[in-house]
Design a protein around this ligand. Structure first.
Ligand SMILES: Cc1cc2nc3c(=O)[nH]c(=O)nc-3n(C[C@H](O)[C@H](O)[C@H](O)COP(=O)(O)O)c2cc1C
Length: 154
């Protein structure tokens, strides 16, 4: 075992394969989306999920101030969407969004979508954990997931 530093921490955590989500909020008619793989299930009853965002993110206030958000789980065909929303200035021009039922916007053609109410935020280290209650959801059995492992898409 080795002492932890940022480099070996990042490398070691990259060995944990994850799906990829894009978390979206709509505020003042502008859509903010962020590529996030810190997503996880939290509770069955009530149904809750969580994810975390760096408190240094340029758009963190859009996420901390919202009441509702969507979590869109990407399919294997949506690598470009993931790359776009991992950029500091994502391009929205060619991306279609659908209106959700709860003041949210949904990315179409995902393997699954969740509409959520943000119920708690917990500051830990340099990240904020967002705890969300699921209001509506849907999934698609025909698509495959976009997977992230070792800092690469699969
Ligand atoms: C595969 C992948 C997963 C990511 N997951 C997270 C995450 O869970 N939390 C987070 O804060 N940033 C995550 N990021 C980084 C953000 O998408 C984004 O690049 C970062 O917030 C920098 O942009 P910003 O300063 O405009 O926010 C991830 C990036 C990639 C490529």
């Amino acid at each position: 075992m080795r002492k932890v530093n940022i480099k070996n921490f990042k490398k070691t955590l990259s060995k944990f394969s994850t799906g990829i989500t894009v978390v979206c909020v709509k505020s003042n008619n502008f859509i903010h989306g962020k590529t996030v793989n810190s997503f996880n299930s939290l509770s069955l009853n009530p149904p809750m999920v969580l994810f975390s965002l760096g408190n240094y993110s340029s758009s963190i206030s859009k996420f901390t101030k919202t009441k509702y958000l969507s979590i869109n789980i990407l399919s294997s065909k949506q690598k470009r969407i993931s790359e776009n929303f991992a950029s500091s200035s994502p391009k929205l021009k060619n991306i279609k969004f659908l209106d959700g039922k709860n003041k949210t916007v949904i990315l179409p053609n995902c393997i699954a979508n969740l509409e959520c109410k943000l119920i708690d935020k917990i500051k830990k280290g340099d990240h904020i954990i967002f705890i969300c209650k699921i209001l509506e959801l849907q999934s698609n059995d025909k698509l495959k997931p976009l997977v992230y492992f070792n800092s690469k898409y699969f």
